[in-house]
Write a protein that binds this ligand. Structure first.
Ligand code: FPP
Length: 233
């Protein structure tokens, strides 16, 4: 049974992670170069994320560039890095205008100075006290994040969930309630491995550039029908 998203008793996930897969196939299906798919993928981010924020989602984490993406052919890596440099600011403008905070997670030291400057600029536009966060994972890998958090915990002298979580990029963000992966594959691919402990997983064959707000609404409805026990009876 699907629940009605307009109902007052709806549970909206506090934090959604999105693995935006399928850009390359979207382009190939249209006899276009893969880079055209990435461009279409970027265009699709603001409408989908804006819709999630409108529904009351407090945090959206986007898997935009993984540590493994660096191993793709250098021409494709160049396109992706170029898109980040050129499109990140325009893409985030509307999200910032909605009052959301935009942050970047991952090892940014990989990126050239001009791209790092763009990341810093985007984050500098954040205002204090924003209730919603858009977290863009760039040169991000879940295992690397876990190692980083382990180092933070070890440095603090006590290894507890609390000291460990302080070293996660998502520190201070709500629990990851839901992960969406477009593009047909059913795996996490090194995305938010620690945070995914109790996430509800949603997989769709839809390729990321074609993923729209209606399908997101369908997933939000289904989220409400899932019984979450967090290991308890
Ligand atoms: C997966 O599609 C997608 C990516 C590797 C990158 C996603 C990145 C973006 C949408 C752009 C990021 C840019 C900004 C400005 C945030 P794929 O290439 O693996 O598709 P395929 O599985 O069909 O080959």
């Amino acid at each position: 049974m699907k629940s009605d998203l307009s109902s007052e008793n709806i549970r909206i996930p506090a934090h959604i992670g999105i693995i935006m897969d399928g850009n390359g196939r979207w382009a190939t299906n249209r006899h276009l170069p893969r880079t055209a798919g990435h461009r279409a993928g970027v265009k699709n981010i603001t409408p989908v994320v804006s819709h999630a924020l409108e529904k009351g989602v407090r945090c959206v984490t986007l898997y935009a560039f993984s540590t493994e993406n660096k191993n793709r052919p250098q021409t494709e890596v160049k396109t992706l890095v170029g898109l980040i440099k050129k499109q990140l600011k325009p893409m985030t403008r509307e999200l910032l205008a909605r009052g959301a905070r935009v942050i970047v997670s991952g090892d940014r030291s990989y990126f050239p100075d001009d791209v790092q400057a763009v990341l810093a600029e985007v984050e500098s536009e954040n205002t204090d006290g924003a209730a919603q966060t858009v977290n863009i994972a760039l040169n991000y890998g879940g295992r690397a994040e876990i190692l980083r958090a382990a180092a933070t915990a070890a440095q603090s002298g006590e290894i507890t969930e609390q000291s460990f979580e302080r070293g996660l990029y998502t520190y201070g963000m709500p629990e990851l309630d839901m992960i969406i992966r477009t593009g047909g594959e059913k795996r996490l691919s090194n995305f938010l491995l620690y945070q995914a402990a109790y996430s509800e997983l949603f997989f769709t064959d839809t390729l990321w550039p074609d993923f729209g707000t209606a399908e997101l609404d369908g997933m939000l409805s289904e989220f409400n029908t899932r019984t979450r026990r967090f290991g308890k009876l």
